[in-house]
Design a protein around this ligand. Sequence first.
Ligand code: PGA
Length: 250
Amino acid sequence: MRKKLIAGNWKMNKTPTEAAALIGEIINQTSGATCDVAVCVPYIDIPAARDALKGGAIWLGAENCHHKESGAYTGEISTGMLKSVGVNTVIIGHSERRQYFAETDETVNLKTKAAIAAGLIPIICVGETLAQREAGYTDALVSYQTKIAYAGISEKDALNTVVAYEPVWAIGTGKTATDEEANETIGVIREALRCIYPGAAEDIRILYGGSMNEKNAAGLLAQPEIDGGLIGGASLAAEKFAAIVKAASL
Ligand code: PGA
């Protein structure tokens, strides 16, 4: 039985002061959670978020990282730096990073390895655009993205990773994959994992992301392949995020 994980992806929202306030509300409203809960926040918010989390059960996450340990990479943050300030998980290869910041399947693989080396849990994002879905490429594409992301990673290390299936057309658009569509594509991703890790694929959590909210979460989370959610918009309002956490705690 895979324990569900609900991870907020705040994107470029909230100052450190606002982050502390929102985390205070999230802690209050998710006290009965039996699933894992994470907040992935902008770099600048990490110290304030860590202090507000007070060493409790909620995971502290970043939204990106660089794959090198250190060096002349102006504006970048390494996984070791994240670890040193209390981060334990990091989103890798979000579609917005792929779309606006030229990230590729290869950089996703490098970043995943760097996260593992630093002792962070990578949340690896895969997913198709609307054009790719309409052309019938979804299954081939998510399988390929998954296999490249995990190239060179051992089965033991893979057990400490999470995948997020995020159809690009559903992110921030209010359009959600149907429960069945999301379940089916996540099943395809698990099959890709099974090819690489026959002994671990059943234990690796695969989340759904893309306009998951307090209304549709219960249906999505009831699907057998869906092990949680990566939540953008609805993670910025404590009551909505808490309602999703509650739906994952049933
Ligand atoms: P959304 O974002 O919930 O606002 O669609 C999800 C994500 O991008 O991780």
